[in-house]
Design a protein around this ligand. Structure first.
Ligand SMILES: [Zn+2]
Length: 258
């Protein structure tokens, strides 16, 4: 018993000597660590969100189906114009390691990266009921790439008719997932979509103070971007990104929970 006690004390002394010596933290270093923690806290401190001003013209540009080979070009033109946009990215594309640096860059530039499901498969999402599971998986992927958890998703093909089932929408609300459709379809997905046609569709559809424009990561959309930006500027619109203002309802189901 006595031997054991002596051994314990000896071990404690050795430990104090080794670890105490190896990592001495002096007052100066302690200050440095605290400053560092404080700086990090300031970075993650949330900016208070404002209500969207009803009397101001505000446009949200949104891009679906990325990341893609066009992500870099899109974020370049956004940055050149000092504009931020909202992206809805698809899991299978996010898993492509060669595209992940563009996603991180887009996020670091202040663009919002929302989820657009893993598969984009109508049957899997709405018939087999994998919608929430796929959105959560996509959110996790986005978090692993950007370090940010983002609540907003966009339903592939829009929320109607896929999410007509109230129970799924209730589950979404329970999971604190928000959903946005759009109020302007640029029709850039159309077979005949030229940059000119995309712009003229947008011009025709722009009638409200708050507009959410659906676009995709496509070559003709990239080409149309400078003229789209110019158009909205000429009409007195400000460009906004999701999360800059408080969330507002923008879904085809008219569900206030989403
Ligand atoms: Zn899509």
């Amino acid at each position: 018993m006595k031997k054991l006690a002596v051994f314990c004390v000896a071990a404690l002394v050795v430990c104090l000597f080794v670890f105490g010596k190896a990592h001495p933290i002096n007052e100066h270093q302690k200050e440095e660590v605290l400053e560092n923690v404080k700086a990090k806290k300031q970075v993650v401190k949330k900016v208070p969100l404002k209500e969207i001003p009803k009397n101001e013209k505000i446009v949200f540009l949104t891009f679906d189906d990325g990341p893609s080979q066009y992500t870099e070009q899109l974020i370049k033109v956004l940055k050149e114009n000092d504009i931020k946009a909202t992206f809805f990215m698809q899991g299978v594309n996010l898993q492509n390691k060669s595209l992940q640096p563009s996603v991180k860059k887009a996020s670091d530039q202040g663009n919002y990266i929302g989820s657009h499901s893993m598969t984009h498969d109508y049957r899997k999402l709405y018939v087999e009921g994998k919608f929430i599971q796929e959105m959560k998986q996509t959110q996790q992927l986005i978090k692993s790439i950007t370090g940010k958890h983002h609540q907003l998703v966009r339903a592939p093909y829009g929320s109607a008719p896929g999410l007509k089932d109230q129970t799924v929408r209730n589950q979404l609300a329970n999971e604190k997932i928000k959903l946005w459709d759009w109020n302007i379809d640029s029709e850039d997905w159309h077979r005949d979509a030229t940059p000119e046609r995309i712009l003229s569709t947008i011009k025709k559809e722009t009638i409200q103070n708050t507009e959410v424009v659906l676009m995709h990561e496509k070559p003709n959309t990239v080409k149309a971007m400078p003229s789209i930006i110019e158009y909205y500027k000429s009409q007195g619109y400000k460009f906004a990104v999701y999360g800059q203002y408080k969330h507002f309802e923008m879904n085809f189901m008219g569900d206030p929970k989403l």
